[in-house]
Design a protein around this ligand. Structure first.
Ligand SMILES: Nc1ncnc2c1ncn2[C@@H]1O[C@H](COP(=O)(O)OP(=O)(O)O)[C@@H](O)[C@H]1O
Ligand SMILES: [Mg+2]
Length: 349
């Protein structure tokens, strides 16, 4: 649906040098998926998302949306193509002198649609986003979540095939964020809309994205299905972004206790493992079974269950002490039962 090939965006620096906001970014986003692009502030996310509708013309690289290459389009063709791509923003960008209805109707007025048709189009949209009773209010009379729903209705007015969301929930409180994400998910399902979610919040990715690309300093450092990225984060950037919600780090007080516990043991026999698993894939009581099978003590240091892509996703940090042979059998056993294992002994001790 969206194909970005070797996108580079250069900006001149005040000192006369060159700054790379994007460096050779290639991404393919499938029809109907919710694709997350996550990264810290300044990573290049907004620059990238603006390349998808050519609000930024990239210095290098090609952009293809819905089978059409934007690079070779005339301005008129670009304008038409942009109608196929709705966009929502962190600060909503509503017109304060227009009512809810008139804000949602604005893109249709721009293309000269007549009033009756506009009403026929906008009424169901306001219904879809749950704003029918607020249709005559002005933005100043609305809550943040309601304003964003006006933004969503406006973005959908032209029946786009793609919705770009640039930090659309970043200015909302957690509850409103959840409700807004649920609405986007529903729109994705009901309208078959492809959604690109730009965010710096892993919670957003966790709640609604199918796949995710992680950006750092203008580069895509990691990409994959959300569950895989959560399961096996490959880069420090991703680990740091996930870390906040998956509590991979042992708290300081616990570190001290662990160090005391293992002080008397043979150092080579001590293993601290971070296990992660998707609940539905692990159908056996692996920890107690392993403990019995291999005759080892397993000390659970930290555990957490979360929901990723609607599935129960657990992480467990365990401490065990055993010989090399038993350890490799333990690893084999756990992996055979769909548990992802990462040894973190050296990080902890
Ligand atoms: N028009 C511009 N001119 C110069 N630098 C820019 C311009 N737009 C963005 N940048 C720089 O590019 C980098 C990436 O910006 P941006 O895409 O907005 O990041 P993000 O959305 O991930 O926070 C930042 O360092 C920003 O200052
Ligand atoms: Mg941004």
């Amino acid at each position: 649906m969206i194909d970005l090939q070797h996108i580079t965006q250069r900006y001149p620096t005040p000192e006369g040098g060159v700054f790379y906001a994007l460096k050779d970014v290639s991404l393919h986003i499938e029809q109907g998926e919710i694709f997350g692009i996550i990264g810290r502030s300044g990573a290049g996310k907004s620059t990238l998302v603006r390349c998808i509708n050519f609000l930024n013309r990239p210095s290098e690289g090609t952009v293809t949306v819905d089978g059409k290459c934007l690079n070779t389009m005339t301005e008129a063709e670009l304008r038409a193509s942009r109608r196929n791509i709705g966009m929502i923003f962190q600060h909503f960008n509503l017109l304060s002198s227009r009512t809810v209805f008139d804000n949602a109707a604005f893109p249709l007025e721009l293309i000269g649609m007549d009033k009756a048709k506009i009403k026929a189009k906008v009424d169901p949209l306001l219904d879809l986003v749950g704003l029918t009773e607020h249709r005559n209010k002005y933005p100043a009379q609305l809550s943040g979540g309601q304003k964003q729903r006006v933004g969503i209705a406006r973005a959908l007015a032209n029946d786009p095939r793609v919705l770009l969301s640039d930090e659309a929930t970043s200015a909302l409180d957690p509850e409103t964020t959840i409700a807004t994400l649920e609405l986007l998910k529903r729109i994705n399902k009901e309208l078959g809309l492809t959604i690109v979610m730009i965010t710096h919040q892993m919670d957003v990715v966790k709640q609604i994205c199918d796949r995710v690309a992680v950006m750092n300093k203008g580069i895509v450092v990691e990409e994959g299905s959300v569950i895989d990225v959560f399961r096996r984060p490959q880069t420090e950037t991703t680990k740091a972004l996930i870390g906040n919600i998956m509590a991979q780090e042992l708290p300081g007080s616990m570190l001290e206790r662990v160090r005391e516990q293992v002080a008397g043991l043979d150092k080579d026999s001590v293993h601290i493992l971070r296990l992660s698993f998707v609940g539905s894939e692990v159908t056996r009581p692996v920890i107690s079974e392993a403990s019995r099978m291999f005759n080892i003590d397993v000390n659970i240091l930290l555990g957490q269950v979360d929901e990723v892509q609607g599935k129960g996703f657990g992480t467990l940090t365990i401490l065990t002490s055993c010989n090399t042979d038993t350890f490799s059998q333990l690893l084999e056993y756990l992996r055979k039962h769909n548990v992802t294992v990462e040894e973190v002994t050296s990080h902890v001790l």
